[in-house]
Design a protein around this ligand. Structure first.
Ligand code: ZN
Length: 75
């Protein structure tokens, strides 16, 4: 595995900890219709809590945006 270990500050552990990126489904109401979006979250390897990784929020917004566009096309 050539992948570099991902480490960032975990606010729950209060220290630098490794994390794993996972996909999670979230539900979001847009104009009275509920959509399910799959976003990427960072899970702390030590406590299992979600970590707020810089740049991930931007990625989530992009993911939701793309999937919402796909929903609109299929309706
Ligand atoms: Zn942690």
């Amino acid at each position: 595995m050539a992948e570099k270990e991902k480490i960032d500050f975990c606010t729950t552990c209060r220290k630098e900890a490794g994390y794993t990126l996972q996909k999670r489904d979230i539900k979001k109401m847009v104009k009275d219709i509920e959509y399910t979006f799959s976003i990427t979250v960072a899970i702390c390897d030590e406590c299992g809590e979600e970590m707020g990784i810089p740049g991930l929020i931007d990625k989530n917004i992009q993911e939701v945006d793309e999937q919402y566009r796909d929903y609109k096309v299929s309706f």
